[in-house]
Ligand binder design. Structure first.
Ligand code: SAM
Length: 243
């Protein structure tokens, strides 16, 4: 059975897709996606030998070697342009996901949807999407086994009914606060508008971390600590306003 995290990612893939799952590890996602009938052909990309072997075995054991191609290589290099219409990249840092997409720009033509699950550094990934012509059309945050995950779905700007301007337009919250784009990029433009319990938990946790850093800095006599303190207080205040 798939984890809730991978199951949610699977459900974002449109029916009849050709899926490329990059950093596929055991190829759990492409195998389940083909078994569900949602994906007609899958490509599992892996850069490391161990996970690559695990992916090959998983695909063979499922009897899906004719439908899922397991390929060895870095990022999108395993793809031919126009081959896949959906790309999933999950379980890595947002900066690494952004680098993989950026280095593989030439392979993105013809891709109609990205489903991305950064473990950390979501802001870096959102910034890459914003500057590279991909509109985030959906965001979800979930908790599983004590870990919090975010899943972002993005479409090419030309195919999205939502524009980047609309996505990152200031949001009026109940208290009247207009959220600046920087904060939206950090917290997630959709998540901010439709927050769930996990969202609140994540950001209360982030505030607690900032407060503990602030306490340490407050003990310092150094002149440079003053600016740092102000910056931390500003950040805490901003986040508290949203929650
Ligand atoms: N995507 C699976 C998931 O979400 O459950 C596996 C996540 S696993 C933590 C990350 C995988 O990405 C590892 O198997 C690693 O070898 C692979 N990986 C890391 N960098 C990569 C790259 N540049 N290209 C392809 N695979 C990569």
């Amino acid at each position: 059975k798939l984890s809730q995290r991978l199951q949610y990612i699977l459900e974002q893939i449109p029916p009849d897709s050709v899926l490329a799952d990059i950093g596929s590890d055991h190829a759990l996602l492409p195998v389940a996606a083909v078994q569900s009938g949602r994906v007609i052909k899958g490509i599992a990309g892996e850069v490391n030998a161990g996970p690559l072997r695990a992916a090959r075995k998983q695909v063979a054991d499922a009897g899906l070697s004719g439908k899922i191609d397991v390929r060895h290589g870095n990022g999108l290099q395993v793809l031919n342009a126009g081959e896949a219409d959906v790309i999933t990249i999950a379980g890595m840092g947002g900066a690494l996901i952004a680098t993989i997409l950026d280095e593989g720009q030439d392979k993105l033509s013809g891709v109609r949807q990205l489903v991305l699950q950064p473990n950390v550094g979501e802001d870096m990934l959102r910034r890459w999407l914003l500057h590279s012509g991909w509109v985030i059309t959906g965001e979800h945050i979930l908790e599983e086994d004590g870990k919090i995950y975010e899943v972002l779905t993005a479409l090419p700007e030309a195919e999205s009914s939502l524009s980047q301007e609309e996505l990152y337009a200031p949001v009026q919250l109940e208290g009247g606060l207009a959220l600046a784009s920087d904060l939206l990029i950090r917290m997630g433009p959709h998540l901010v508008k439709t927050p769930n319990e996990v969202f609140f938990k994540k950001w209360r946790g982030e505030i607690a971390k900032l407060q503990s850093v602030l306490k340490q800095v407050e003990r310092s006599e150094l002149e440079s600590a003053r600016e740092k303190k102000e910056e931390l207080r500003r950040q805490i205040e901003q986040l508290e306003e949203v929650l």
